[in-house]
Design a protein. Structure first.
Length: 383
């Protein structure tokens, strides 16, 4: 045996066999997953814990995936708090003492290995995003089924952060602009929280489809910089909430234009004001409630202008429109690839094998407090 090993070593083969074995055990053997978990709803800093568990090799229709990037969206925080209508499934399957769930709804994964009955078009190395909510994306590895994933067919020219954030914010903006008011080239829409992830996406998609936009943001010390930034994205007008409430100022901005669509992320007075600004037969779509305040719609806007009020929720729309969702993701990624759709500003938190709970909690806490101007996102190291 020894002379045989000696011969192999001399030929450099032992190193190669060991390297192949290491690859075998990480690609096809057990994966070690680290995740954030919670067992009760509550404030994230009180209920989230860091947990590790092993993932066995895939069998049948199971696919083992490695997370590359997972965003931290306002809805993820609301879900942990228990105030979001979609609730995750609490399970003992993660090996925690009490039933628990992994937070996070959006994310980008790499296919690591596939069970024997998985569709052969799905192959290790491909990228995929989650097909729907509630997967639990704040972790490093997981097991999925084909129905949980939308494969990204061509990742050339797309960064992991762009792919990881495509299915919530840009998709919401895309649907609201496309499906409600029948906007055509040159038509105007108006929106509040225009500097949000959804707002920035709406500006850019609107520009690509030939729509004009009036973009409202909250006042701040560096307002001129923000106004310029949003104009460069394609915003036609960028104004503050104070300016939007000034009727004379708004009369000048909207002179000769009928605003057909308003996108409401805020609620409260800001939303009431959108209803006032909307033109005849306009549509007010509420998709967020950042101020946490209800809003009233002036009776005159309903009676004399016949405005229509709707809500939009991307989770519900995605469940009913699988084929349209895949097409929408392809459209948005093709704009990204062509350099026509710019990233939202990100705040990256690196997640490697030894990252502590405190580090992972920083972007989560920022997501609850004042908006930092950047989308928090976990970027996982390959270990
Ligand atoms: N319905 C759906 O399908 C859907 C899909 C995606 C997102 N959403 C919702 O849309 C909202 C925005 O999400 P996002 O990911 O785009 O958020 P984001 O990028 O984190 O931006 C948050 C925005 O909210 C504004 N904001 C924060 N607190 C506010 C307050 N108290 N009053 C007024 N404005 C406030 C911020 O303005 P400042 O810069 O002035 O702080 C910023 O423009 C969230 O409520 C989210 O849940 C809904």
């Amino acid at each position: 045996m020894l002379p045989f090993m000696h011969m192999l070593r001399r030929a450099g083969l032992v190193k190669r066999i060991l390297a192949t074995r290491r690859q075998y055990s990480s690609r096809f053997g057990y994966e070690h997953s680290r995740c954030l978990v919670f067992s009760n709803f509550g404030q994230p800093e009180k209920v989230l814990k860091l947990h590790s568990y092993s993932i066995p090799p895939p069998y049948d229709d199971i696919i083992n995936v490695r997370f590359i990037a997972s965003p931290i969206n306002p809805a993820d925080i609301n879900q942990i708090e228990g105030v979001y209508p979609e609730k995750p499934e609490f399970t003992l399957g993660l090996g925690t003492g009490e039933k628990s769930a992994v937070p996070g709804n959006e994310g980008l994964v790499e296919i690591v290995s596939c069970g024997s009955r998985v569709n052969p078009s799905i192959r290790p190395g491909q990228w995929a995003i989650m097909s729907g909510p509630n997967f639990g994306t704040w972790r490093t590895y997981a097991q999925a089924k084909e129905s949980n994933l939308i494969i990204i067919p061509d990742r050339e020219g797309i960064s992991p952060l762009q792919a990881a954030t495509v299915s919530v914010n840009p998709s919401t903006a895309y649907c609201m602009l496309k499906y409600f008011a029948g906007l055509g080239s040159g038509d105007y829409f108006i929106q509040n929280a225009a500097n949000s992830g959804v707002g920035r996406s709406a500006i850019q998609i609107g520009r690509l489809w030939g729509f004009k936009s009036i973009n409202i943001v909250r006042d701040r010390p560096d307002i001129d910089r923000l106004k310029e930034e949003l104009r460069l994205l394609g915003g036609t007008e960028v104004i503050t909430e104070t300016e939007a409430k000034d009727r004379r100022y708004m009369a000048k901005i909207t002179e000769g234009r009928s605003i057909k669509l308003a996108l409401n992320c805020v609620g409260g007075e800001s939303a009431t004001n959108l209803a006032r600004i909307l033109g005849h037969n306009g549509h007010l779509i509420t998709y967020g409630a950042m101020s946490k305040s209800p809003f009233s719609v002036p009776a005159s806007a309903l009676i004399f202008k016949n405005i229509h009020c709707h809500g939009f929720w991307i989770s519900a729309w995605s469940k009913r429109n699988e084929a349209a969702k895949s097409q929408m993701i392809r459209d948005i990624l093709s704009w990204v690839r062509d350099g026509e759709f710019t990233d939202i500003p990100y705040e990256i938190t690196k997640w490697s094998g030894d990252t502590e709970l405190e580090t992972l909690m920083e972007p989560v806490k920022r997501g609850i407090s004042e908006y930092s101007g950047r989308k928090g996102i976990f970027l996982m190291d390959e270990d």
